[in-house]
Design a protein around this ligand. Structure first.
Ligand SMILES: [Zn+2]
Length: 367
């Protein structure tokens, strides 16, 4: 029986290098996908994404390298006219990114990090240009032809489908943080549970989380897709690579979309582990020492990831009153954004407590 090949099968074959069966029946979308591919990258074989991400096979004698998926553009040279924008949007470099969106989308969907049309992806591709996923689409079943190009105000410049409304939230981060070259937003269940419980995930528990996520940010709730939400998330995202969006989900950023997606996996895995550990030990989780955490922050910075905690004092570094009730840092946090549970001492209350304590001492001593 002859096999029917869809556009999705073509995408998978291009990723894995699996050959096309000679007697296969191609659907019209599969023919389009092949034609598009042939006209864009005529002769270069594509390495499977999974092996590239791990470093991939290399020629004998070649120096080992770390794969770099970061999109680089020439500053001051953004395409402007409709013809320039159209050519740029269909260029081999952008087509490669569109395929990467499809790949990451399938992984997000397969991990149950999104349902229905949830989640969205962006990559900065110019001084003020961003490639993004469209609205109302399952992340598990996108094709390169679905993607959109927008400017820094979210105005759509190219693409047949309407861009996601949540691109404004991504832009809120990208415009404030030059190192944010790609963002991934999703609703991974464990991290989203923290967002709904109103609990900022604690720090100082797992070394990998300290290095690859840093201090997780927490942005107050605003209606998704609105400028208010873009502001709330953008302000927190400037200093935090991973942001829990209150009553909503998670947004992470990185130097490329693969990097950002890894952080999405990291944060949901971390939240799941903390949740399980909390069932075992309640709020009494065993913390890494602050000295140990300082070493991890230094390692994170050495790997090129910013960390707003490097100036914090000891009591600010690992305090999280959601998980250590009764422990309240006496130094107001210098980092931006809201941090549920962190309470600065009120001088009036402190004075009242001192006065009552004096009164009790006087009565006890018969004074
Ligand atoms: Zn969302």
């Amino acid at each position: 029986m002859r096999k029917v090949i869809t556009a999705q099968d073509i995408d998978a074959m291009l990723r894995t290098g699996e050959p096309l069966p000679p007697d296969a029946i191609l659907t019209p979308s599969a023919r389009d996908a092949l034609a598009r591919r042939a006209s864009l990258v005529p002769s270069r074989p594509r390495e499977p994404a999974s092996t590239r991400a791990e470093g991939g096979p290399r020629a004998a004698g070649a120096e080992p390298t770390v794969p770099d998926f970061e999109f680089k553009w020439t500053p001051g040279r953004d395409p402007k006219t409709p013809a320039e924008l159209d050519a740029f949007f269909r260029s081999p470099e952008i087509e490669k990114l569109k395929e990467r969106f499809c790949d990451i989308g399938r992984r997000i969907w397969a991990k149950d990090f999104v349902d229905g049309n949830g989640g969205n992806l962006t990559v900065r591709v110019g001084d003020s240009l961003v490639l993004c996923t469209p609205t109302l689409i399952s992340k598990g079943f996108m094709t390169p032809a679905d993607m959109c190009l927008v400017d820094f105000e979210g105005r759509q410049l190219a693409g047949g489908r309407k861009r996601t409304s949540e691109v404004l939230t991504h832009l809120g981060i990208i415009k404030r943080q030059p190192n944010a070259k790609a963002c991934v937003h999703a609703h991974p269940p464990h991290a989203t549970a923290f967002a709904i419980a109103g609990v900022k995930p604690p720090s100082c528990l797992i070394p990998e989380a300290e290095v690859f996520l840093g201090d997780i940010g927490y942005a107050r709730y605003e209606t998704p897709g609105t400028p208010a939400n873009a502001d709330a998330v953008g302000q927190v995202g400037r200093d935090h690579q991973c942001v829990i969006m209150e009553n909503h989900g998670v947004i992470v950023w990185g130097k490329d979309v693969e990097d950002a997606y890894w952080k999405l996996e990291n944060v949901d895995s971390f939240c799941r582990t903390v949740w399980i550990a909390s069932q075992l030990a309640g709020g009494n989780l065993h913390q890494i020492t602050t000295g140990g955490v300082r070493e991890l922050i230094a390692l994170r910075q050495k790997l090129g990831m910013p960390d707003s905690r490097d100036q914090l004092r000891e009591c600010e570094l690992c305090d999280n009153s959601d998980f250590r009730p009764g422990v309240v840092c006496q130094v107001p946090s210098r980092s931006g954004g809201s941090t549920p549970g962190s309470v600065a001492p009120d001088p009036a209350v402190e004075a009242l407590v001192a006065k009552i304590a004096d009164e009790i001492m006087k009565r006890l001593s018969g004074g």
